[in-house]
Design a binder for this molecule. Structure first.
Ligand code: AKG
Ligand code: FE2
Length: 393
């Protein structure tokens, strides 16, 4: 073997010896990086419009945004929303009355039973909620509690939502967040206190679902924590219920189309929400007869059953809403209930009939007993409520 060959062989040997060390170093570097990701909650996934923030709330928010596959920023919606005059009204205004100067009978005759929307002033003047509820106050009281956010069936800790509200970057980068929670009163003693901080006026006493327990009846009350630009999609509320919706803080635009305007949600793109709808979809429907108004703090919207509606928030806002069923909407509601909650439906009819038997007013209202010949055997009740949801930990 000549000298040159010996040198080449030595080099090969030293490479072979060094290789495992290099591999080990690479593995250690990868492991250290992964541990860093896990402990800081930081990942390198690139999502549309995303920016990276290594604190825990930032990472949790990214995980939420990733899961809803937001493309808000990449499509320029947030910038457009800032630049157009979003307050210019196109539809008709609604009447504004005050609970201080109008009577329950007046409201019932003019709005409730004619299915006519209106704004009612002065309902929450004495509510604790009006003085107490704010994003900061909720952080102190419910920072560790989870709330349901729109976009997916998931719950997010309030403190992460709060981080979003106060993060200029998060707010610019993605779809505005919206807590829309029908279970807020069922999340323990402390949150149930919220129910004591507002009082429902007797104008909304009639509610045929009251005879069912809160667990049995269809979802009926929501706490709404919305951010600027966020809002609902175009929809009608479930089971022909009407609703009152009181704004505690913020500013919200509502657009309402009469029930006969659309046959079903298939008539439009029901995935488009809030600001995006107002910017991109509204021009298609502006020519149709509709109501278009702004709701301010202290104002309650009366939303009659089966009116199509959509909202967008101009400011971060806090609102509370409750749905109720009045007798004229009973026949529609019973068909819907039969479809979605057949077991509960049969119990409901039974309990209503018991009330009709004992309460002359109910008897008069329903003009006798409710006839129902279907039994559980004839009903496919596999569709009874079976909600699953996940949490963003
Ligand atoms: O307050 C809003 O933004 C809309 C509420 C709504 O549509 C509802 O509760 O069904
Ligand atoms: Fe609604």
């Amino acid at each position: 073997m000549n000298k040159k060959n010996i040198e080449i062989n030595q080099m090969r040997r030293s490479h072979i010896i060094a290789l495992p060390f290099v591999i080990i170093v690479i593995i250690i570097m990868i492991a250290v990086h992964r541990i860093y990701i896990l402990t800081r909650g930081y990942d390198s996934f690139n999502y549309p419009g995303g920016f990276k923030e290594s604190c825990k709330p930032g990472a949790r928010l990214r995980s939420y945004k990733k899961s809803i596959r937001s493309t808000w920023d990449s499509r320029g919606i947030s910038k457009l929303f800032d630049s157009v005059n979003i307050e210019k009204p196109y539809g008709d205004p609604v009447d504004s009355i005050s609970i201080k100067t109008s009577s329950k009978d007046y409201f019932s005759e003019k709005y409730l039973y004619t299915n006519t929307p209106c704004i009612i002033r002065d309902i929450p003047n004495d509510w604790t909620a009006m003085k107490k509820w704010s994003f900061e106050n909720f952080k102190e009281r419910f920072g560790k509690s989870k709330f349901r956010v729109t976009g997916r069936n998931s719950n997010l800790k309030y403190e992460y939502f709060h981080h979003y509200i106060n993060s200029v970057k998060h707010r610019r980068d993605d779809v505005p967040m919206f807590i829309f929670d029908s279970t807020f009163a069922d999340k323990g003693k402390q949150m149930r206190e919220l129910l004591k901080e507002y009082t429902i006026p007797d104008w909304f006493d009639e509610d045929l679902f009251k005879c069912l327990s809160e667990e049995e009846r269809p979802n009926f009350r929501w706490l709404l924590l919305s951010t600027r630009g966020a809002g609902t999609s175009l929809h009608i509320d479930p089971v022909s219920t009407s609703a009152w919706n009181t704004m505690i803080q913020g500013k919200k635009r509502w657009v309402l189309f009469p029930p006969e305007t659309f046959k079903s949600e298939k008539a439009f793109d029901s995935t488009i929400r809030g600001a995006e709808w107002f910017l991109k979809e509204y021009p298609k429907y502006k020519h149709l007869p509709h109501k278009d108004f702004i709701q301010l703090p202290g104002e309650t919207v009366f939303l009659p059953s089966d009116w199509w509606h959509i909202t967008v928030n101009f400011e971060d806002s806090i609102a509370v809403t409750q749905n109720f069923l009045i007798q004229p909407n009973f026949s529609k509601a019973r068909n819907a209930m039969y479809k979605i909650l057949p077991k509960v439906y049969l119990k409901w009819i039974r309990v209503l009939n018991e009330q009709i038997d004992t309460d002359p007013e109910m008897y008069k209202k329903f003009n006798g007993k409710i006839k129902e010949y279907r039994t559980l055997d004839s009903i496919d009740y596999s569709s009874d409520r079976n909600e699953s949801e996940s949490d963003i930990e």
